[in-house]
Design a protein around this ligand. Structure first.
Ligand code: NAD
Length: 236
């Protein structure tokens, strides 16, 4: 049994974020999720927030702090894709993806660190992607944003590691969510052939690794990049 914590998961109304929130609830934590609309799973507090807006992120944290207490574990999960090949990629396609996935995570982590520094305890978990490690044709924007999260985790580890705060990255491969369901069936089959495990993962398989990183057992792990990809990137 791990110590019960106050947890905030961004983008927790569906997909991987929802599974993460469900796992933390199942393990007995106090859990809040942010959503732009809709609501998180049963047993969570849903707060409406857009990670592209610092004031909205700040208001979400304030509401969670008032209702559940200071945030001890933050999972920066909210993310988008806008795939297209380089010559067709507009500057807006690039900056919008960076603004949500990378700058959005920066806003969330910065706000979370305020309370964590006071408590001298914190667990920061950033949801990257195998694409941030390996690159991907048609995803220069997404890949850059997901690589950048590794820089955030490692710099945070150096800056705040002495204050009881850890920061780690989880890099999922192909996970069964709306994001991958949009891929044509032939493309899904082709990807499965490249994955040593021969299948996509369930969101729950990612959620369990994230919950473990937040647990008492992972207190000495920081600055790590943990792939959950069935061997696709072979631990790059
Ligand atoms: P999803 O599209 O189902 O969920 C994304 C979540 O992010 C949603 O809740 C959405 O509302 C939220 N979000 C998007 N923009 C936001 C904003 N501006 N403010 C607040 N919330 C916002 O996708 P998913 O597959 O569950 O992906 C979750 C994370 O996992 C993403 O960061 C994604 O890049 C990453 N990931 C997914 C896969 C995969 O195969 N599905 C693989 C690797 C990494």
């Amino acid at each position: 049994m791990t110590t019960p914590r106050t947890v905030l998961v961004t983008g927790g109304n569906r997909g991987i974020g929802r599974a993460i929130a469900e796992e933390f609830v199942a393990q007995g934590h106090r859990v809040a999720v942010t959503a732009r609309s809709g609501s998180g799973p049963e047993g969570t507090l849903t707060v409406i927030a857009d990670v592209t807006d610092a004031a909205s992120v700040d208001a979400a944290f304030t509401e969670v702090e008032e209702k559940l207490g200071p945030v001890e574990v933050v999972v920066a999960n909210a993310g988008i894709t806008r795939d297209t090949l380089l010559l067709r990629m507009s500057e807006e396609d690039f900056t919008d993806v960076i603004d949500t996935n990378l700058t959005g995570s920066f806003r969330v982590v910065k706000r979370a660190s305020k309370g964590m520094l006071k408590a001298r305890f914190g667990r920061v978990i950033l949801v990257s992607s195998v694409v941030g490690l390996l690159g991907s044709a048609g995803q220069i924007n997404y890949s850059a944003s997901k690589s950048g999260l590794i820089g955030i985790a490692r710099s945070l580890t150096r800056e705040l590691g002495g204050r009881g705060i850890t920061a780690n990255v989880v890099a999922p491969g192909f996970i069964e969510t709306d994001m991958t369901a949009e891929l044509p069936q032939e493309q899904q089959d082709a990807y499965k052939q490249q994955i040593p495990a021969g299948r996509f993962a369930s969101p729950e398989e990612v959620a369990k690794v994230i919950a473990w990183l937040a647990s008492d057992d992972a207190a000495y792990i920081s600055g790590a990049v943990i792939p959950v990809d069935g061997g696709l990137g072979m631990g790059h």
